[in-house]
Design a protein around this ligand. Structure first.
Ligand SMILES: [Zn+2]
Length: 67
């Protein structure tokens, strides 16, 4: 799932909300590993990424890092 981001303010809000969600998810994972599913699109997370504590799949991470 990918949505066009609209306004700068909304983007900041969205990122703050997502940071909260990430912290919440991390606090629920006692091992410190990432969730079983990407928090953006819900795809399965590869074990290697979970082991690093990532919460986004490769696709979502790539989109996020795009300027
Ligand atoms: Zn994803």
């Amino acid at each position: 799932m990918s949505e066009e981001r609209m306004l700068e303010g909304e983007t900041a809000n969205y990122e703050a909300l997502r940071d909260n969600a990430i912290n919440l998810i991390r606090s629920q994972v006692p091992t410190g590993k990432g969730p079983a599913h990407c928090i953006e699109c819900g795809d399965d997370m590869p074990k290697e990424r979970r082991d690093h504590g990532f919460v986004l799949c490769v696709d979502c991470k790539t989109l996020e890092e795009r300027p």
